[in-house]
Design a protein around this ligand. Structure first.
Ligand code: ATP
Length: 269
């Protein structure tokens, strides 16, 4: 049977230019970009480069975005799977897909493999819900086997995202596997302003649309929340026939988001 392509990204390339407000995490990944650009530069003296990096943080903070940006900056292909896809699968299917994924990445190395929601299959063995356990174990074992099976000289980096690092099977965290951890936190006020700037690049802002002030009004918002806020404000302004998005549009959108959605059906995603 024909190998499936794992969402290898096409279309516009994502770079660090698209990521904001999580500078520390970004800086920690610069070394990975450098490695992918020229793996032999790192390994020529016999050292082993990292193979796996765990991106840890709450939902919507930009873990997937960051992984794509690493691939984009390095100019290497991006292969991704979401571990939650495997949960309902027939025994053996998840493991086969993992094997296939790594095989494709090896063929096109240097490359990035991204595993989203690692905790969905990476939970400590024996702790899984009844029924799904053996499938989950097989899939997890296959990930461990694949990670042990390639040499860091091959130029493959596996990035995995989780918001529950504590439940992960310890075998995943051993040296040579996901032995590095990059924390991707919710942005602070300055970070939120930077993220708002990224997401309003294509949006005509009125003079009163002060993004610093908006950042101050949105504590606890993730990058994904801020993107949604900009989108809702732009829709509101358009609906009202305006040519620019005003501060009031943002505040109304904010109120709507905080109070819960009352979306007109036509605008539902
Ligand atoms: P999840 O854990 O739910 O998968 P995540 O941390 O992977 O979330 P993303 O899927 O990367 O988050 O974020 C969703 C979208 O929100 C991104 O595609 C991007 O448009 C926007 N976004 C999130 N964080 C940032 C950020 N730090 N800078 C710019 N945009 C961001």
């Amino acid at each position: 049977s024909k190998a499936r392509r794992y969402d290898q990204e096409e279309g516009p390339k994502i770079t660090f230019n698209d990521v904001a407000g999580i500078d520390e995490a970004e800086n920690e990944l610069i070394e990975i970009v450098d490695f992918l650009k020229d793996p032999s530069k790192y390994t020529r003296l016999g050292g082993a480069a990292p193979k796996g990096v765990l991106l840890v943080g709450p939902p919507g903070t930009g873990k997937t975005l960051l992984a794509k940006a690493v691939a984009g900056e390095a100019g290497v292909p991006f292969f991704s799977i979401s571990a939650s896809e495997f949960v309902e699968m027939i025994v053996g299917v998840g493991a086969a897909r993992v094997r296939d994924l790594f095989s494709q990445a090896r063929d096109q190395a240097p490359a990035i493999i991204f595993i989203d929601e690692l905790d969905a299959i990476g939970r400590a063995r024996g702790q899984a819900a009844i029924g799904g356990a053996s499938e989950q174990e097989q899939t997890l074992n296959q990930i461990l086997t694949e990670m042990d099976g390639f040499s860091s000289r091959q130029g493959i980096i596996v990035l995995a995202a989780t918001n529950q690092p504590d439940v992960l099977d310890r075998a995943l965290l051993r040296p040579g596997r996901f032995d590095r951890r990059v924390v991707v936190n919710l942005p602070d006020k300055v970070g939120r302003e930077a993220i708002l700037k990224v997401h309003t690049r294509g949006v005509p802002l009125a003079n009163d649309a002060n993004l610093a002030e908006l950042a101050a009004e949105t504590p606890g918002f993730s990058g994904a929340d801020l993107k949604n806020l900009v989108n809702e404000a732009a829709l509101r302004a358009a609906r009202l026939g305006q040519n620019e998005v005003h501060f009031e549009d943002f505040m109304e959108a904010l109120e709507k988001i905080i109070l819960g959605p009352e979306r007109p059906l036509l605008l539902s995603p």
